[in-house]
Design a binder for this molecule. Structure first.
Ligand code: NAD
Length: 423
C-alpha cells in the first residue's frame, strides 16, 4: 500500500496534496494533467473594510479559491472562523472538486473564508462583512461561475445576504447564485438535514457491508452544529444510540445514550453549553470524545482531530468523516492497521453538496420538489456513490479514501481531456 507522506502533518493543504499524489500515481495520471489538477484555477484575496458597531473601521481578510471549473461551475462553502488560512481554503476547494466528482454532480470545486470570529460579531457587523465580501466577488461568482454555500460559522441568513447583494449588483433576483438559503428565498426542502442524512445513509451502508445492525449501534458525534446535530437526530430516530457528543465548549459521554431532541433543544434553542446538559453523562474534553468506546465515530467539527498522536487510541469499528479533513495521512496509516472502516470526507459529507445541487436545479427551474423527493434522490446518489467507492477500493486494492480520490480524479481528468486545453 502506498502511503501519503506529509512534511507537516497539520497543514491541511499538504494533506490534501499528499492524498492527491498517491491517487494520481496509482491512476498513472499523465504528468501534464497531474500538474493542471494539482493547482487551483484561481485564488482571490479580499481586504474587507467594515464599520463596526462602536464606530471603529475594521479590515477583515477574506479568500475565495476556485480549484476547478472543468466539470461545471465552482461549488463550495464560505467559512467564517478566526483561524481561516489561505492554505486551508485551498485544501477545502480541492476537496470540493473531488467531492462533486465522487457523487458525479456537474460542479467543480471552490471554497471561501473570512478570518473573523462570528460569535463575537453582532448581526449588523456580520451582515456588513458578508455584503462587502460578496460585492467584491460579484464578478467571480454566479450560477454559471461559482456557487457558494454555508460552512463552519455561516448559515441560511448569511446565504440570504449573499443572494440579495449579488442580485442588487446584477439588477435582478438570482436565487441560484448561492445554496443553503432559507426555504422562502429559493432554498430546498431537506437541505438543512442533507449532510447529516448523507452521513446516516453511508453509515447504514457500512453496517450492511460489515454485517452489523443499526439497533443499539453506538455512535459518537464531535461537533454539534448543522452536520453533527442533524446527523445525530436522524440516526437516533433510525435506531442508533448516540453515546457521545461534543461542541466547541466540550463533550459528554453517556453509554445509555442521549435524548437527542432534548440535547438539540438545550444547545440550539436554549443556547446553553453542551457539556452542561442536565440529562447528560460524563464530561469529556471535545478533542477526546472520538476516542471513547463506540461502534461509529463521526467527526463533524474541524480538521486534524485524528492524528499520529492519538489515532492509536481510536476504538470505533467505523470512522465516518462528517467534517472535512478530520484525519491526517499518518493517522490513516494507524487506523488501517487497526482495521477501521473509513468512510472518507469526500464521500461521507457529500450529502450537503448533493442537495445544494438539487437546490440550484430547482432555483433554475423555478419549480420546487417535495421533501420526500429530495430525500429519495439523495438516497440514490449516496448509495450509488458509496457502492462505487467501495467497489473501486476492492477491485484496485486500495483503501476507501484513495479509491474515492482515484474515482474523482479520473472523472475530472476525463472531462478535461474531452474539453482540451484552450490556448
Ligand atoms: P457549524 O458551524 O454548523 O457547526 C460546527 C460545530 O463544531 C459546532 O457545534 C461547534 O461548536 C463545533 N466545534 C467547532 N470547533 C470545535 C472543536 N475544536 N472541537 C469540537 N467541536 C468544535 O458547521 P457545520 O456546517 O456543521 O460543519 C461542520 C464540518 O462539516 C466542517 O468541517 C464543514 O466543512 C463540514 N461540512 C459541512 C457541510 C454542511 O452542509 N454544513 C457539508 C459538508 C461538510
Amino acid at each position: 500500500m502506498v502511503t501519503a507522506a506529509v512534511p507537516n502533518e497539520l497543514n491541511v493543504y499538504e494533506s490534501a496534496e499528499a492524498r492527491f499524489e498517491v491517487a494520481a500515481k496509482k491512476l498513472g495520471l499523465a504528468e501534464g494533467l497531474y500538474r493542471y489538477l494539482r493547482y487551483p484555477n484561481k485564488e482571490i484575496t479580499i481586504y474587507i473594510p467594515v464599520g463596526m458597531d462602536d464606530g471603529r473601521l475594521e479590515v477583515f481578510t477574506g479568500y475565495r479559491v476556485q480549484h476547478s471549473v472543468v466539470r461545471g461551475p465552482g461549488k463550495g462553502g464560505i467559512r467564517f472562523a478566526p483561524n481561516v488560512t489561505l492554505d486551508e481554503v485551498r485544501a477545502l476547494a480541492s476537496w470540493m472538486t473531488w467531492k462533486c466528482a465522487v457523487v458525479n454532480i456537474p460542479f467543480g470545486g471552490a471554497k471561501g473564508g473570512i478570518i473573523c470570529d462570528p460569535e463575537k460579531l453582532s448581526m449588523g457587523e456580520l451582515e456588513r462583512i458578508t455584503r462587502r465580501y460578496t460585492a467584491e466577488l460579484s464578478e467571480w461568482i454566479g450560477p454559471e461561475r461559482d456557487v457558494p454555500a454555508p460552512d463552519l460559522g455561516t448559515n441560511e441568513q448569511i446565504m440570504a445576504w449573499v443572494m440579495d447583494t449579488y442580485s442588487m449588483h446584477v439588477r435582478h433576483t438570482v436565487t441560484a447564485v448561492v445554496t443553503g438559503k432559507p426555504l422562502d428565498l429559493g432554498g430546498s426542502r431537506g437541505r438543512r438535514e442533507a449532510t447529516g442524512r448523507g452521513v446516516m445513509i453511508v453509515c447504514d451502508k457500512a453496517l450492511e457491508k460489515l454485517g452489523m445492525k443499526r439497533e443499539g449501534c453506538r455512535v459518537i458525534v464531535q461537533g454539534f452544529g448543522n452536520v453533527g446535530s442533524m446527523g445525530a437526530m436522524l440516526m437516533a430516530q433510525a435506531g442508533y444510540k448516540i453515546v457521545g457528543a461534543a461542541d466547541i465548549h466540550g463533550g459528554l459521554y453517556n453509554e445509555k445514550g442521549f435524548d437527542v431532541p432534548q440535547l438539540i433543544d438545550w444547545v440550539h434553542h436554549q443556547h446553553k453549553a453542551l457539556p452542561e446538559f442536565p440529562a447528560g453523562g460524563t464530561k469529556v474534553p471535545a478533542e477526546e470524545i472520538l476516542f471513547h468506546p463506540c461502534d461509529i465515530a463521526i467527526p463533524a467539527a474541524v480538521e486534524n482531530q485524528i492524528t499520529s498522536q492519538n489515532a492509536y487510541r481510536f476504538q470505533a469499528r467505523i470512522l465516518c468523516e462528517g467534517a472535512n479533513g478530520p484525519t491526517t495521512p499518518p493517522a490513516d496509516d494507524i487506523l488501517r492497521k487497526k482495521d477501521v472502516f473509513i468512510i472518507p470526507d469526500i464521500l461521507a459529507n457529500a450529502g450537503g453538496v448533493t442537495v445544494s445541487y438539487f437546490e440550484w436545479v430547482q432555483d433554475r427551474q423555478g419549480f420546487f420538489w417535495r421533501e420526500s423527493e429530495v430525500n429519495e434522490r439523495l438516497q440514490d446518489v449516496m448509495v450509488h456513490s458509496f457502492e462505487g467507492v467501495v467497489h473501486y477500493a476492492e477491485t484496485h486494492g486500495v483503501n476507501n479514501r484513495i479509491a474515492a480520490y482515484m474515482l474523482a480524479i479520473d472523472r475530472v481528468a476525463f472531462a478535461l481531456k474531452l474539453r482540451g486545453i484552450y490556448a
